[in-house]
Design a protein around this ligand. Structure first.
Ligand code: TXA
Ligand code: MG
Length: 309
């Protein structure tokens, strides 16, 4: 376990530190210090109208962030925190407007990672967007963060992240709970915990985006991303193969129906394809009938389609 003390001091001095979560690495700063939060936007090159998620280590820290919780929040926190579920809630006045981009709501999650939980228990709530430069894939390794932000940038190294794609963002401020971004916690899991219908509002580009992040174009590798059946293997193409195959070439990665593994490795493969100069990344189409039993399918497909559009 890395020594956290120097990183805790940096946060207390209003500096920015990258830290691991179970989803992707976050770029952390003291949520109650607007000057520190401002630095996050600058380092990331993030537009100021795209709000940040606040990360907590203990539900007691919610007192600083929200006045009252909606009834739905309780079973969800019990079932999925710590974990890859972000809840959008009505914010307390004292939450800096900079975090929420002027919205009256704040996005909050408790990451399921021992280093993150230990870290935040000492620093208090931390804002943390994914620790990539805007327009790059989310980092799933400490080396990804340093590739984007420089080798001197302070990163708590927790190895490769376990989930690999960003958290589910669920809005609890409307009449119906609404998924603003799909993630490892699936709609089916949310519905079975809540016992009510849960909306998916991320496939409606014509509607005014409620999650400001929806309107920004997502990361696309230099390489073209193709999603579809694979007929033959060609050079210059990096293949991510979902169905079992006996083909054994250096440009083929086999996933044997393991969609969790594909999610975990997807952004690393994107970065790797660009470094190695592949002109195309071909991801083999996932059979939806088979995927129906996988909680992460929706989120994985969402990231693949965004990268390939
Ligand atoms: O897994 C994750 O969520 C990672 C790790 C580091 O925790 N964080 C992450 O942060 O993905 P970021 O900033 O890359 O994405 C946050 C998303 C954006 O789409 C943003 O628009 C949305 O959450 N969001 C934040 N606050 C919101 C709010 N008050 N209302 C609606 N959407 C909000
Ligand atoms: Mg991001």
């Amino acid at each position: 376990m890395p020594e956290l003390k120097p990183f805790i001091s940096l946060i207390r001095r209003g500096e920015v530190v990258a830290f691991p979560t179970e989803t992707v690495y976050g770029l952390g700063a003291d949520a109650m210090n607007p000057a520190a939060v401002q630095k996050v936007f600058e380092i990331k090159g993030r537009p100021s109208d795209n709000p940040l998620i606040v990360h907590i280590s203990d539900t007691k820290q919610l007192d600083q962030l929200v006045d009252t919780l909606p009834n739905e929040a309780y079973p969800l926190m019990k079932e999925f925190w710590p974990g890859p579920l972000t809840l959008v809630l009505n914010k307390k006045n004292q939450v800096p407007d900079l975090i929420t981009a002027g919205l009256q709501t704040v996005a909050i999650r408790m990451p399921d990672h021992p280093l993150a939980l230990e870290f935040i228990s000492h620093t208090g709530p931390l804002v943390a967007p994914s620790a990539n430069k805007s327009g790059r894939p989310s980092p799933t390794k400490a080396s990804h963060v340093q590739n984007d932000l420089g080798t001197d940038f302070p990163v708590i190294d927790g190895g490769a992240t376990h989930v690999g794609i960003e958290s589910t963002v669920l809005d609890l401020t409307g009449a119906t709970p609404s998924i603003l971004r799909p993630g490892a916690v699936s709609r089916k899991q949310l519905e079975s915990t809540l016992g009510v219908f849960v909306e998916e509002s991320y496939f409606r580009p014509s509607v005014q985006p409620k999650s400001p992040g929806q309107k920004y174009s997502h990361y696309k590798p230099e390489a073209n991303v193709h999603y579809g059946p694979v007929e033959e293997f060609k050079d210059g193409v990096l293949y991510l193969i979902v169905n079992p195959t006996s083909e054994d070439r250096k440009n083929i990665y086999r996933y044997d129906h393991d969609l969790e593994k594909l999610s975990r490795e997807l952004y690393d493969r994107f970065r790797q394809a660009d470094i190695q100069g592949y002109h195309t990344i071909h991801i083999e189409e996932i059979d939806p009938d088979e995927a129906i039993n996988s909680g992460i399918f929706e989120a994985l497909l969402n990231r693949i389609l965004k990268a390939s559009s």
